[in-house]
Design a protein. Structure first.
Lengths: 157, 445
């Protein structure tokens, strides 16, 4: 199957825009029911059954996260962070089970309470074709600062 | 050792039912805290299980001072100050690792991992009076270990760690660790690091606050109720049987056991329904006997502040690191239990991740509260903070600890009394207080 690179980039840009604009429901709709969202802590290659992660969430836990963010009383996002990220360095490979493996990097500026922070890293996706688009089956975020003090990363990364 | 000269009257700042806001904002007070609390008393450093193999080390802090917790080649745990005895270079540059030697990059002096000075380069230019034995890496003057929890003190004198902790604190630490059928913690599951722009004492006060959860964490509790039916909010109402408890010397806890015993069968029965639950329960009974195993499962751990910088909460060891009056780092070490199935430890991690850490659904809202507190402190028309909840309703338990209701501010008052003692006397020895001279009253079990 020939992979349409532009279609994948468009998908990544749309996901970035949804995250930046706190469009929680629309972002959640991008996820497959068997999806896994993973941000390792301290190191990029850890065993999540024996080592803690910053985020390690299946779809039900992702739903809980979104419910909390939409509640109006998630104080860590009250006020909401202002976000602007760039996604680039996109590499696309064919994966198994008709999935598409995508590597990319991101650089995110987050502003909250007059303090600007940068988050950056490499992201590994497995995407499953769905209708004319994709669903996210797997998203692993390798944060540059996953072994550093992070004050607040309650927005979507 | 530097001492801070101060004319601050701590009695005037910490009253029975209120404290003065300057305790969170004043620079001299912060510097004095470093000197009199962190650089004199007992401070938690790390857990022995983090350094299982000779040569393993972790770089930590005692107050402002960089210290290496290392297991030397003979298997002993050492606390070595991270400072070359030549001209003060930091000999350890990474947070964790394994090494036989610490080599200073500047002039290449080399130290064994027990601190001994092994080699001095071009040593022919030192006089005969220079002896390598005099220039080993300095050790923290005192080290004490309880159940693998390593504490250090920068003062060569003072009460022992045993006396500082006291029996009730050790009982709570035991309940936390004895969830392991081997009685051993495994603190090798990494660390969450978060920080906030506010004073360090907000974190320890908040960790021991049973009044805020139903408000700050309401969505987290709602999610749990929706998924599992469990009503966590019930634990934190003012009619809950759960308690606040003062264990002496500034050590305080939230005691959920009376509540758990009321709800009892539901909680304790939950465990065996998992595939590995029955085997785990039997292992605990085999090690401890049925009664003690029941007590361990009913407690389900602990929720304890070991003054000043260690909190045992959830499945984690939480270490508070003050940086400035309005800047604090907090490191959370989720613990695994030795001798339990992989699934049980993985479950501990999943539970920890959902609430804690910089992307967690609970603790992050607490940090937001601390930063809002620090902003609020700027308004000083009235400089006082009120700590009057449950003020005249504290009772003494048969073990000498004092108890209140879980939403009371007994825990904060106990923290501030210890703070005041250490700040004004410079000493952490304490006579256990009495309830206004009245005979201690036994609390119904």
């Amino acid at each position: 199957m020939a992979v349409d690179r532009q279609q994948i980039e468009d998908f990544l840009y749309r996901e970035a825009r949804l995250m930046d604009s706190h469009a929680y429901d629309e972002w959640l709709a991008l996820w497959a029911d068997d999806g896994l969202y993973w941000i390792p802590s301290n190191d990029d290659d850890i065993d999540p059954q024996r080592h803690v992660s910053i985020v390690y969430e299946n779809k039900p836990r992702l739903e809980d996260r979104i419910i909390r963010l939409k509640s109006g009383v998630a104080y860590a996002q009250d006020p909401k962070s202002r976000l602007s990220r760039v996604v680039s360095n996109v590499e696309v490979e064919e994966g198994e089970n008709n999935e598409i493996v995508v590597h990319c990097t991101f650089n995110l500026t987050a502003l909250r309470r007059s303090k600007m922070d940068t988050f950056a890293g490499h992201v590994l996706y497995r995407l499953r074709p769905y209708e004319s688009s994709f669903k996210i089956v797997y998203k692993k975020v390798l944060l540059v600062n996953n072994d550093e003090v992070i004050n607040n990363m309650t927005f979507l990364v | 050792m530097t001492s801070t000269r101060t004319t601050i009257d701590y009695e005037a700042l910490v009253k029975e039912d209120r404290i003065h806001g300057s305790v969170y904002t004043n620079q001299e007070i912060f510097d004095t805290e470093m000197d009199r609390i962190f650089h004199r008393g007992w401070v938690y450093i790390g857990h022995a299980s983090e350094i299982p193999t000779p040569g393993d080390f972790r770089l930590r802090r005692i107050g402002r001072q960089s210290v290496i917790m290392v297991r030397d080649d003979s298997g002993e745990v050492q606390l070595l100050m991270n400072r070359c005895t030549h001209r003060a270079n930091a000999v350890c540059q990474v947070e964790r690792g394994n090494t036989k030697v610490f080599r200073c990059a500047y002039h290449a002096w080399t130290f064994r991992n027990n601190g001994e000075l092994l080699g001095v380069t071009y040593s022919d230019r030192y006089d005969a009076s220079f002896r390598k034995e005099d220039y080993g890496l300095r050790k923290a003057p005192r080290m004490g270990v309880y159940r693998g929890l390593v504490f250090g003190s920068l003062s060569p004198v003072g009460v022992s760690l045993d006396e500082h902790l006291g029996g009730p604190v050790k009982d709570q630490i035991d309940l936390f660790i004895d969830l392991s059928p081997e009685g051993e913690l495994d603190v090798t599951a990494g660390v969450h690091k978060y920080g906030y722009r506010a004073n360090w004492k907000f974190q320890i006060e908040n960790s021991m606050d049973g009044y805020h959860p139903n408000f700050v964490h309401q969505t987290f509790f709602d999610n749990i109720q929706r998924r599992s039916g469990a009503n966590i909010k019930d634990l934190f109402i003012s009619r809950s049987a759960a308690q606040t408890r003062d264990l002496g010397n500034g050590h305080v806890m939230l005691d959920f056991r009376p509540y758990n015993m009321q709800k009892g069968p539901g909680l304790r029965a939950a465990l065996p329904t998992t595939p590995w639950g029955q085997a785990y329960r039997e292992a605990l009974v085999q090690r401890h006997g049925k009664e003690r195993a029941e007590a361990i499962l009913t407690a389900g751990g602990t929720h304890l502040l070991v003054f000043p910088n260690l909190v045992l909460i959830g499945v984690q060891l939480r270490v508070i690191r003050p940086l400035k009056t309005d800047e604090t780092e907090v490191f959370l070490y989720p613990t695994l239990l030795k001798g339990v199935p992989v699934e049980m430890n993985a479950s501990r991690l999943r539970g920890h991740e959902s609430f804690y850490g910089p992307a967690g659904g609970g603790a992050t809202d607490d940090l937001e509260m601390f930063e809002r507190n620090q902003v609020g402190l700027s308004a000083q028309v009235d400089p006082w903070l009120l700590l009057a909840r449950g003020l005249h309703r504290e009772t003494q338990d048969s073990d000498g600890t004092f108890v209140g209701q879980v939403t009371d501010e007994l825990t904060q008052r106990a923290i501030w009394r210890q703070w005041k003692r250490q700040m004004s006397q410079g000493s952490e020895t304490v006579a256990r207080r009495r309830t206004n001279g009245a005979a201690p009253r036994r609390v119904a079990q």
